[in-house]
Write a protein that binds this ligand. Structure first.
Ligand code: RAM
Length: 361
């Protein structure tokens, strides 16, 4: 995987950088927290970025993943926590054991009470977490979504692992190539509310409208809830319900590993193609035993690293979340905030038999 140190701009978007800015401004009045307010206030009372501001020492960053027992989220958060040491801060991870829509709300409330400097959240639902996140921002606690976005006015930044459009379309392209552009396919997703998976699935459906996929049909989107057992059972259910099924795209590390495990020890091995997003360490044995030809992902450690630096830059007043602002993310180099407060880590990597042993995560 390459290091990306060039500046980048967001790809997908509507219009929230300004809202995020407005929320920040709102948050600057009537709160108990008064860190560095004067140097982030412009003449009109609006938050202005000070690109020369030093990263503050002693920043407290809290990572709130979709669920704590998801191996992928753990890699991201551990890397982010480790990164805080580079700028003299501290980090921790707290979170629910299931990825249901409202499971993160009570954690956000506790983090507000603890006066964290920033909350980094992989949101389980775009809206369920919004009210407490707005409360946090009003109290000058910075909010950075990563992995899975919230509604855009409920956070200041979204650290996207790769361009959502490319993630979605490429998964269809990859499975189609293996299927000679023919046959029934299904998607095994995470939870029904997951913003990241739902965004990717929209792009998959759009990709499938192109004439080159005219002989392919998406028969079902199933949800394994990022739960290993449920994902395993949903795979079984799909294959039973659709005897002509030729491929399954699982855009979740939990789902693809469970689907591959089921297929690898069934009569479908070698007959049903599995594609999607997985970690090399979870998928290695299925690539080596021929169950899976290829899958994709980005480097989750770099996602945590970039998230930590972005949160620190926000909490130090280097950036406010507005489009066009730039900051340096340690050894990853300079990043630029794109439309709607989106920062893109870089393109995904495709893993297969040839390169999988070069990766260990
Ligand atoms: C799962 C989660 C996460 C997603 C990865 C690819 O671990 O659903 O949100 O980004 O898969």
């Amino acid at each position: 995987m390459h290091l990306h140190s060039r500046t980048r701009r967001g790809s997908l978007a509507a219009s929230a950088a300004v809202c995020a800015l407005a929320v920040t401004v709102g948050g600057c009045s009537g709160t108990t927290k008064d860190s560095a307010r004067s140097d982030t206030q412009g003449a009109a009372g609006k938050a202005t970025a000070n690109p020369d501001a030093e990263l503050k020492k002693g920043l407290k960053l809290a990572f709130l993943p979709k669920q704590i027992n998801n191996p992928y989220e753990k890699i991201v958060d551990d890397a982010g926590i480790e990164t805080t040491k580079e700028f003299g801060g501290t980090g921790k991870e707290v979170g629910p054991s299931d990825a249901s829509a409202s499971s993160q709300v009570s954690y956000i409330n506790s983090l507000i009470q603890q006066r964290q400097d920033a909350i980094l959240i992989a949101a389980n639902d775009p809206n369920a977490v919004c009210t407490p996140l707005k409360t946090a921002m009003k109290q000058d606690i910075k909010v950075v979504a990563y992995d899975s976005d919230t509604a855009k006015d409920c956070r200041q930044l979204f650290i996207n692992q790769a361009g959502s459009e490319e993630i979605g379309r490429s998964q269809v392209r990859h499975i189609a190539e293996q299927l000679d552009h023919k046959g029934e396919i299904a998607i095994l997703s995470a939870t029904q509310n997951a913003t990241n998976q739902n965004t990717w699935i929209e792009f998959m459906k759009d990709e499938l409208k192109k004439p080159k996929y005219k002989d392919m049909t998406l028969v079902k989107v199933a949800y394994g809830d990022d739960d290993d057992q449920k994902s395993f059972q949903e795979t079984q259910g799909l294959l039973k319900a659709y005897p002509k099924l030729k491929g399954i795209i699982s855009p979740t590390t939990v789902g693809i590993a469970a689907a591959a495990r089921y297929i690898s020890s069934s009569s479908y091995k070698g007959k049903v193609v599995i594609g999607g997003l997985g970690t090399p360490n979870q998928m290695r044995k299925y690539v080596k035993d021929g169950t899976v030809e290829q899958f994709s992902l980005w480097d989750p450690k770099k996602l945590g690293y970039l998230g930590a630096y972005a949160a620190a830059a926000l909490a130090s007043g280097q950036i406010t979340g507005a489009e066009g602002e730039k900051f340096t993310a340690g050894k990853l180099g300079e990043y630029e905030i794109g439309k709607d407060g989106e920062i893109i880590l870089g393109p995904p990597t495709v893993f297969d038999r040839k390169n999988i042993d070069e990766f260990d995560f």
